[in-house]
Design a protein around this ligand. Sequence first.
Ligand SMILES: [Zn+2]
Length: 66
Amino acid sequence: MPLFGIGKKQRQLACKDAGMVDCKAVFTGKSDADVLRQAGAHAEKVHNLKGSPEMTAKLTKLIKNA
Ligand SMILES: [Zn+2]
């Protein structure tokens, strides 16, 4: 467990929950924004998807406590 996780809940998003069922990527961060930033960079690089307000809204709903 990294130090920054102490005393705080982590937020987590699995790429497969966003519809990429074959993708094993999981993003963990200390805030939704942190997770969204990682997911956005991943989606662009790996899935060739451009971020959009709709995608961000959809992903935000899928983020859960780790
Ligand atoms: Zn992915």
